[in-house]
Design a protein. Structure first.
Length: 291
């Protein structure tokens, strides 16, 4: 299965090069449990990438609990639902948040995606495939835990950021989601972000617990991108419906996020592990959705 996936990635990569497309990097952001600050991280990470000169689009894939627009205090007139019903094009459903950050709101659309016909799936792929080269990064903010929908995004994206906190239950659930995906024999590249740490030492210890166990029992390397400090400014920003990196740019959380983002960009994964393009991502997802 992993060999077939690699062949498909290589094929799509070759097609994109021939067509002169600039590949868009697809990253899934997930967590083993809710309440760890995953969506807040995704939003502020996207803004940090954008501030460093990259174009970013957030795709809110948290079924039933989509809240990226709420965190930004931005109204979303159109969502994935309108695309699936062919009422709007993919360009119509792209909304704009602070600092010009682009996002696609979630909502009920993903429930419909699971029941689409083959013809509708092809239309969805054709529309979303147009995003390739439009931005440098697409961040898929998934639901917490390993639902069947979240699993599809993890397997299709190839690169997944797992957000955890130092809490024992969060660590256990983060490891569980990595173990479950790894057992399915897909070549998924995981990386860790530890949120709400008291200091760098706590962040390092938390990441080490997961990475050492993953190495021991699965022979799997789980690099750590970095840590985000526990900071009361984050909850204040949520109440204000303004991203904390914008509301409190000098806060400990914002500064640590900026360092994390710089480390992420300085330690890029090899090109063959980044995924070929939006088209490659869609091909893999549709193969999983079709009977």
């Amino acid at each position: 299965m992993s060999d077939q996936a690699q062949e498909l990635r290589n094929l799509i990569k070759h097609q994109s090069a021939v067509q002169g497309e600039r590949p868009t990097r697809i990253i899934t952001v997930t967590s083993g449990k809710g309440g760890v600050g995953k969506s807040n991280f995704t939003l502020n990470f996207a803004l940090a990438l954008q501030q460093k000169g990259f174009k970013v689009l957030i795709f809110d894939a948290d079924i039933g609990l989509a809240n990226i627009d709420v965190l930004m205090g931005v109204s979303s007139p159109y969502s994935l639902y309108h695309l699936l019903k062919r009422e709007k094009t993919v360009w119509d459903i792209i909304n704009t948040g602070p600092q010009g950050l682009q996002f696609i709101a979630g909502g009920s659309g993903f429930n419909d995606l699971i029941r689409l016909s083959e013809e509708q799936l092809d239309y969805f792929a054709e529309q979303v495939g147009q995003l390739n080269g439009h931005v440098d990064f697409i961040l898929f903010d998934t639901g917490a835990g390993l639902s069947k929908e979240t699993l599809k995004f993890i397997l299709a994206a190839q690169e997944t950021i797992v957000v955890t906190t130092p809490e024992p239950t969060s660590i256990t659930d983060a490891y569980a989601i990595i173990k479950m995906v790894h057992s399915m024999d897909y070549d998924v590249k995981f990386r860790l972000v530890v949120n709400r740490v008291l200091d760098w030492k706590e962040g390092r210890q938390t990441a080490d617990k997961i990475s050492m166990v993953a190495k021991q029992f699965m022979n799997l390397d789980i690099p750590t991108i970095g840590y985000v400090m526990d900071d009361s400014s984050v909850s204040k920003a949520v109440r204000k419906q303004v991203p904390f990196s914008l509301a409190f740019p000098d806060s400990a959380a914002a500064k640590s996020l900026n360092e994390l983002t710089q480390d992420f960009l300085s330690n890029q994964m090899p090109a063959e592990n980044q995924g070929a393009s939006v088209k490659g991502f869609l091909n893999r997802m549709i193969r999983m959705l079709k009977p």
